[in-house]
Design a protein around this ligand. Structure first.
Ligand code: ATP
Ligand code: MG
Length: 396
């Protein structure tokens, strides 16, 4: 396969913030871009050369995308895999629909992990009323819908078989998995990129803190986890990508348990929120690797040149002042956070995704902090968090 060189057009299905940062990386390298998203005002659509406003399954919209773009990727985990399959008849599409379809279904995803020899949490498939008789060692557990969950949505903690049955009914009796609730020491993720020629590169493992099921903080520096553990996580992520014959950027999320064991949680067939720090702290970002894998360009092992910490900026920040002054939670008006004060701190890099409406729990942007040492980075992050009304300490 010959490379698709700058000057060509790269397409992306989905117009969210991940698509926006992909578009930025592609345009910097001299590509034209085309975004397909049903929202006329999507974060990626606003910055792309071409923006097709149709549904992801609209045959005319897909044909227009294939007509404009020389190769097509996706940024949106729940993009209909059949649309990718459809596009792949006309154009190179990476990641492949088959990989995306596995990542979209927790049941298929877990059996892929097991097939690659990587441990996941003990689980049972819940697809019918007979499946409520789960082995007692899976309780307490977390019931997760097999499809369409994200940011902790489509999940319910259950302590007994009765609670399991009630939660499964409340979820509409759709296919689910019940996972044993594990004692987590911390969470981490590894991003790998694999080319069509089989070359694989990776970023160092990211240490992640979630709040309310949503990523809140990512920290990456030498020593953020034991070396042997980090190596195991990278090896597992590479094995998972190779097992899929994956082409593109893949993020694999892990749990590190209280006893040091490493357990895979899930994978995302695209760049990931926990990899946004790579834009400022590495010589090649996850989005540039997405461009390179899509265009069939050579990959280079990314080099982290600065310790980094990323704070997710959720819509809640726009209401933090009102809350601090005892104002009402529901009817308050949004107030712009103190960006100028945050940007006065050395090493802060602000990303806002251009979403017009701030809503609680909505990912509005992120702040990456770089510095000479992780201590400097952390103290800057504490100042930034205080200015923004985020909880401190940042780590738990
Ligand atoms: P996203 O796709 O946004 O990462 P999600 O909705 O797919 O999230 P998961 O990653 O499955 O959800 O779970 C969200 C969080 O819930 C995890 O990051 C972890 O903090 C916690 N969690 C999930 N499964 C378990 C488990 N088996 N034991 C303990 N904690 C868990
Ligand atoms: Mg997750």
């Amino acid at each position: 396969m010959s490379a698709i060189l700058p000057g060509a057009t790269l397409g992306v299905l989905g117009g969210g913030q991940l698509g926006r940062m992909f578009v930025h990386a592609a345009q910097r390298m001299g590509y034209f871009t085309a975004v397909l998203d049903p929202d006329a005002d999507s974060p990626a659509g606003r910055v792309s050369h071409h923006h097709i406003h149709t549904d992801y399954t609209d045959v005319d919209g897909l044909a227009r995308l294939a007509g404009l773009a020389d190769a097509i990727t996706t940024e949106f985990e729940n993009v209909p895999a059949p649309s990718l399959e459809h596009l792949s008849v006309a154009r190179p599409v990476w990641p492949a629909a088959t990989s995306v379809a596995i990542a979209q279904d927790r049941i298929r995803e877990k059996s892929h992990f097991v097939g690659c020899g990587v441990d996941c949490a003990p689980y049972a498939i819940i697809e019918s009323a007979e499946h409520m008789a789960v082995p007692p060692n899976l309780l307490p557990g977390i019931l997760k819908t097999a499809r369409l969950g994200y940011d902790g949505k489509g999940q319910q903690r259950v302590g007994t078989r009765e609670e399991l049955a009630a939660a499964w009914n409340a979820m509409g009796g759709v296919p689910c998995v019940l996972e044993k609730l594990l004692p987590l020491d911390f969470e981490c993720s590894v991003i790998v990129a694999r080319g069509e020629d089989g070359q694989v590169v990776h970023f160092p493992p990211q240490r992640n803190l979630h709040r309310d099921g949503i990523l809140a903080v990512t920290e990456v520096h030498a020593g953020n986890m034991a070396e042997a553990q980090a190596r195991r996580a990278v090896d597992a992520a590479v094995a998972i990508a190779e097992g899929l014959g994956y082409v593109g950027v893949l993020c694999v999320e892990f749990f590190v348990l209280a006893d040091g064991a490493l357990v895979v949680n899930e994978m995302a067939p695209r760049p990931h929120n926990s990899g946004h720090w790579t834009i400022e702290a590495c010589d090649i970002s996850q989005f540039e690797l997405q461009v390179r894998t899509l265009a069939g360009l050579p990959l280079n092992a990314p080099r982290q040149h600065s310790p980094a910490l990323m704070l997710n900026l959720l819509g809640d920040l726009w209401f933090a002042d009102a809350e601090a002054s005892g104002g009402p939670r529901s009817s308050e008006t949004a107030v712009e956070p103190r960006w100028a004060d945050v940007l006065a701190l050395p090493g802060t890099h602000l990303h806002l995704y251009g979403k017009t409406e701030a809503r609680r729990g909505r990912k509005m942007g992120h702040l990456t902090i770089t510095g000479e040492s992780i201590d400097t980075v952390r103290s800057t992050a504490d100042f930034a968090a205080a200015l923004l009304g985020l909880p401190i300490p940042l780590s738990e």
